[in-house]
Design a protein around this ligand. Structure first.
Ligand code: DX5
Ligand code: ZN
Length: 220
């Protein structure tokens, strides 16, 4: 049985107070902290990179679930490992030529490899990476177009989650974008167990309640 992992997206936090924001989310019951690395090229937004992960790592031992929305993920493996990243999830659209090397390199640096796909990318594209001799250990099905927090959940992406769950009963399947109390049941019943949520958690009067509600939905 896969375990629920609730991962607040720190993109919605106050970046000027990242350490205390992280501490607050863990106190509210977060399992992981989701860190969105954007290079302004793979997606039309620029966020943080290894130096910020390194700074945060000095303040927490939490699992840092790093989502790399970058054109050249291989260039980030070494710096992210040195910075203290826990999970390294790259996009399948950005790794057509080198995913084998990428997975091996991520693992050899002690991080957990994951692959992400955009809403319009067919699910079949990630199958070889899950079936490889050194497989990815998580698939992140994007439920919005990557780049920004606060967008609307795309229910049509749930078909991909369902197919993936049917094929890989023990795989960690993460969903990211527009998740919150009104959409969590759709994602959980489709088979997602790792839930990223930014605006719905940080924007809630009681973030702990939102985290616990989402966990309960996955467990059922
Ligand atoms: C979007 C990022 C998400 C984002 C989710 O490209 O990958 O992690 O922060 O934010 P919400 O939950 O607000 O849609
Ligand atoms: Zn993300």
């Amino acid at each position: 049985m896969v375990k629920p992992k609730i991962a607040p997206s720190m993109l919605s936090s106050d970046f000027a107070n990242l350490a205390s924001e992280a501490e607050r989310m863990l106190r509210y019951g977060a399992d992981w902290l989701h860190m969105d690395i954007m290079d302004g090229h793979f997606v039309p937004n620029l966020t943080i990179g290894a130096p910020v992960i390194e700074s945060l790592r000095k303040h927490t031992s939490a699992y840092l679930d790093c989502h790399l929305m970058v054109t050249n993920p291989l260039d980030y493996v070494e710096p992210m490992a040195k910075a203290g990243a826990s999970g390294f999830t790259f996009h399948v659209e950005a790794s057509q030529d080198n995913w084998k090397e990428l997975i091996k390199s991520i693992k050899s640096k002690g991080m957990r490899p994951g692959v992400a796909l955009k809403p319009k990318t067919p699910i079949e594209q990630v199958y070889p990476l899950v079936e490889y001799e050194t497989p990815v250990e998580m698939v992140l099905v994007m439920t919005v177009e990557p780049g920004f927090g606060g967008q609307k959940f795309m229910p049509e992406t749930m078909e991909k989650v369902r197919e993936l769950r049917k094929k890989f009963p023990n795989l960690d399947i993460e969903v990211d974008g527009g998740l919150g109390p009104s959409t969590i049941d759709m994602a959980a019943s489709a088979g997602a167990n790792c839930i990223v949520a930014g605006s719905s958690v940080f924007g809630a009067p009681e973030p702990a309640e939102v985290i616990s509600l989402m966990r309960n939905s996955v467990v059922q």
